[in-house]
Design a protein around this ligand. Structure first.
Ligand SMILES: [Zn+2]
Length: 111
């Protein structure tokens, strides 16, 4: 399947702290990988797969803001599950009306 087609379904992460759009998946041990595509159905694309498979948190790649969820009576915990990430993004990140094509595949814009 082509990447261009897939992009249509992608959600955009926007960091509430720094406003950037890069999400990182941190895993047990020294592993982490950038999440480059977030499908509403929970199909994530990762930049590099060298992970342990045990997710410990999702965070902003730029500033380290950690995605958390609060439950009444249960305090706050770090989100580790893709469905929670999708919920979080829908609740916390505005999706532009026409975000199709917004995400580029090259990274030479800011570095
Ligand atoms: Zn940030």
């Amino acid at each position: 399947m082509s990447k261009e087609e897939k992009l249509n379904d992608d959600l955009i992460f926007t960091c509430p702290d720094c406003g950037k759009h890069r999400l990182e998946c941190c895993e047990d041990g020294a592993y982490s990988s950038e999440v480059i595509g977030i499908d509403e159905e929970g199909d994530f694309d990762y930049g590099e797969i060298d992970a342990s498979g045990i997710v410990v948190r999702f965070q902003c790649l730029e500033c380290g803001f950690i995605l958390t969820r609060k439950f009444e009576g249960c305090g706050e915990y770090d989100i580790t599950n893709v469905e929670e990430v999708i919920k979080w993004i829908k609740e916390n990140c505005e999706q532009p009306e026409s975000y199709i094509g917004h995400r580029g595949t090259d990274d030479n814009a800011d570095s």
